[in-house]
Design a binder for this molecule. Structure first.
Ligand SMILES: Nc1ncnc2c1ncn2[C@@H]1O[C@H](COP(=O)(O)OP(=O)(O)OP(=O)(O)O)[C@@H](O)[C@H]1O
Ligand SMILES: Nc1ccn([C@H]2C[C@H](O)[C@@H](COP(=O)(O)O)O2)c(=O)n1
Ligand SMILES: [Mg+2]
Length: 209
């Protein structure tokens, strides 16, 4: 599978400077597939900033903002929050980070998310990591997570799986169709999964050099 890194340059043919677009990697996978866990390792090894759309939405939900109640009700129903809310939170986090390499975890969750991010930022992902994991294993991981998430219960988890199949998998298939998908078998020990992740990022770095 071909890997494509954002090809924007810092200089145009006539010598005038142009702004280099940030490198964005989308990190997808079903609920509990291990996206956040692997992102923490990638940050340590490859210098990316990590933003989880779900974490940003939970922080917004708890901030007392005018969107808080709407976000809580969507999350507890396993539904996808309107894209403009999520894209605004992501853009703000990216701008404030001072970095130019981003792992965007749990996004885009549907076609509306994908199109809104591209329209608002003008950024296309360098590639998309997809953590592939059987439903039974994801369910086990969610129910054992113990991080106090309101949506980590069997009822909401099943709604999230349904939304993943109906709305998120088509986005994964889209990226596969344009040659940007890096599929990783996530049903292995954390360290084994990260070995595969490392191989993907190392091959990207080689192409950049
Ligand atoms: N490869 C693995 N093997 C066993 N447990 C794992 C593995 N990867 C992650 N876990 C555990 O499974 C739980 C879910 O992992 P994590 O939070 O990284 O998933 P996620 O994809 O970010 O989920 P969500 O979409 O719900 O945010 C955590 O308790 C984590 O420690
Ligand atoms: N792009 C996104 C990402 C997340 N959400 C909401 C709906 C999810 O069930 C919830 C938790 O996300 P996770 O932490 O599991 O990635 O957050 C959304 O609406 N849009
Ligand atoms: Mg997560």
């Amino acid at each position: 599978m071909e890997t494509v890194v954002d090809a924007s340059t810092s200089e145009e043919a006539n010598g005038s400077a142009v702004e280099k677009k940030p490198t964005v990697v989308f990190v997808l996978g079903g609920p509990g597939s291990g996206k956040g866990t692997q992102c923490a390792y990638i940050v340590e090894h490859f210098g990316f900033s990590h933003f989880s759309a779900g974490d940003l939405l939970r922080a917004e939900m708890n901030s007392g903002s005018e969107n808080g109640l709407m976000i809580r009700s969507m999350i507890n129903e396993g539904k996808i929050v309107p894209s403009q809310v999520t894209v605004n939170l992501l853009q703000q986090a990216m701008e404030e980070s001072g970095n130019d390499k981003f792992l965007i975890d749990g996004f885009p969750r549907n076609e509306e998310n994908r199109a809104a991010f591209e329209a608002d930022t003008g950024i296309e992902p360098a590639f998309v990591l997809f953590f592939d994991c059987p439903k039974e294993e994801m369910e086990r991981r969610i129910l054992n997570r113990n991080q106090g998430r309101e949506d980590d219960n069997i009822e909401t988890a099943r709604k999230r799986f349904k939304v993943f199949l109906e709305s998120s998998l088509p986005v994964v298939e889209y990226y596969e169709s344009i040659g940007k998908l890096q599929k990783i078998d996530a049903a292995r020990a954390i360290e084994e999964v990260f070995e595969s992740v490392k191989t993907v990022f190392a091959s990207i770095n080689e192409k950049e050099d």
